[in-house]
Design a protein around this ligand. Sequence first.
Ligand SMILES: Nc1ncnc2c1ncn2[C@@H]1O[C@H](COP(=O)(O)OP(=O)(O)O)[C@@H](O)[C@H]1O
Ligand SMILES: Cc1ncc(C[n+]2csc(CCOP(=O)(O)OP(=O)(O)O)c2C)c(N)n1
Ligand SMILES: [Mg+2]
Ligand SMILES: [Mg+2]
Ligand SMILES: [Mg+2]
Length: 343
Amino acid sequence: MRDLGEFGLIDRLTARLKHIQTDVTVGIGDDAAVLGYPADCEIVATTDALVEGVHFRSDTISVHNLGYKAVAASISDIAAMGGLPKHILLSLAIPPDSDISRLEGIYDGIDEISQHYKCSVVGGDVVKTEGPLVINVTLLGTVKRGQALLRSGAKVGDVVFVTGYVGGSAAGLSYRLRSQHPPFVETAEDTAAWKDCMEYLGSCHERPNPQVQAGQLLLASGVCSSCNDISDGLASELHEISKASNVTIEIQAAAVPIHPHVQAFARGFSCDALEWALYGGEDYQLVGTVRKESFDTLAAQFHQAGLQMFAIGHVTGTGRGVLLRQGNASTDISASGYNHFRS
Ligand SMILES: Nc1ncnc2c1ncn2[C@@H]1O[C@H](COP(=O)(O)OP(=O)(O)O)[C@@H](O)[C@H]1O
Ligand SMILES: Cc1ncc(C[n+]2csc(CCOP(=O)(O)OP(=O)(O)O)c2C)c(N)n1
Ligand SMILES: [Mg+2]
Ligand SMILES: [Mg+2]
Ligand SMILES: [Mg+2]
């Protein structure tokens, strides 16, 4: 890698990007990219850093899927605003002893997800570091002017929704971090079921599906009063909506959608699947609120489009708070979830 030099490295990595760029007047190779945007749109911009040892480890994710997931996390933020992803700026801080094939693998994963979601890398930066590998993704997208979905519009009476299963990524990570064989695999049938379960958990953790189409439907419906994507866990994201909208939210534990594979894995290892769903994070589903009278129509639209839409609770009052109802008991759930500066 040292032989390549900075510019050789950039050439090697960007050569992996096969996805055709659209709305790019000037792309990689000049001082800055020049990008075209439709006049009836606003730009949505998000940035997130991923640090080796904090966001990923070589034994928890493949290099290809690391590239895939790094961009997926940013696409998810654009989806939560009701936007479409367009242009990626990609910066890497690279330890000097890094293997070039590892970096190329990351770029292949980025190229794969770029093709799928029709966005492209238009620039970036490479620097050396004495610390761990850092990948920073900045993503620019478009949203219909004045229509971005915010966290701040939830109103009393609204239904709280989530666009898919939660807890799968944390379950997948928990699987990756443990070495022992599952206690419930005895017969050949068990082995087959276990294999399906592991594939599901692995893909939840390594290859999340950011909900761009769901965000588009929510925006077009005109009845979505708040929206957020789930990076830190359902509890934390609900607290953000509660804070931004100054409302109290109550969700039903039994209504939180947890995939049967996640439940089976939790049972097998005596873990709590609801904990993963509430506090695990990295599910990259959307959570938000819609007007009560419009929920059924919206859910039907989602199902027609092959998407999921689960009602998990209501906005019950004004003033901040998130409550979890289990049977007759209703308890405050803390804002805990993944938090970089709190343990
Ligand atoms: N270092 C920073 N400087 C300025 N704004 C920041 C910084 N870090 C985070 N933010 C902003 O704070 C808000 C919350 O960030 P974050 O919790 O990371 O959002 P998300 O979970 O959607 O990625 C976002 O608007 C983000 O842009
Ligand atoms: C090795 C490893 N340890 C822990 C995690 C779990 N994890 C790391 S960061 C994170 C939350 C999401 O990252 P963050 O930087 O908070 O993204 P943002 O909320 O800004 O989108 C989670 C659940 C992981 N993915 N890999
Ligand atoms: Mg962030
Ligand atoms: Mg977010
Ligand atoms: Mg976070």
